[in-house]
Design a protein around this ligand. Structure first.
Ligand SMILES: [Zn+2]
Length: 166
């Protein structure tokens, strides 16, 4: 069979750094949870510093060296990743990449609105980043905002601490 070339989809992937500390142990343990086979699926190696994550697919414990991260995979599995692979394969997600910004009036996204595209180009940002940073009505929890036209049409709502789109 011929070699096929795929691009990896840019899917958000969650991970926690294992630094050997008690705090990291508690955070990772709470985050990965338990399995019916083993109980807790994160534990300390008998050397006292290496972590171990249980691979629920292959039913085996995998070492997590200090400096590696525990990754939550796309089907709920966990595995360690080294800093080298992380640097080569992953980019830290920015907050404006994790929610999709949509004007709740017209349904347009920042890259479809000239009022976002123009200043973003000037500032060297994507329209989504510009909207996240500069749009006064932008709701950082869900990405909702009102573009200028829709804000006026909505009667220019205000509130004492700055109005954001629900
Ligand atoms: Zn709009």
């Amino acid at each position: 069979m011929p070699v096929e070339t795929y691009l990896r989809n840019p899917t958000p992937v969650d991970m926690i750094l294992w630094d050997g500390s008690d705090d990291a142990f508690l955070e990772i343990s709470a985050w990965v949870g338990t399995s019916s086979e083993t109980g807790p699926i994160f534990r300390l190696h008998e050397d006292g510093v290496t972590g171990q994550i249980y691979d629920t697919e292959h039913h085996s414990w995998v070492n997590v060296s200090i400096g590696q991260r525990v990754v939550k995979g796309s089907v709920g599995e966990h595995y360690p990743i080294s800093p080298e692979v992380l640097a080569k394969t992953y980019t830290l997600a920015q907050p404006w990449q994790l929610v999709e910004a949509v004007c709740q009036g017209c349904g347009k996204r920042p890259h479809e609105l000239f009022a976002y595209i123009a200043p973003a180009v000037v500032e060297g940002m994507t329209p989504a980043e510009w909207g996240y940073r500069e749009e006064g009505t932008y709701n950082r929890r869900n990405g909702h905002f009102l573009c200028d036209g829709c804000y006026i049409q909505a009667g220019m709502p205000t509130s004492p601490h700055g109005w954001t789109c629900p």
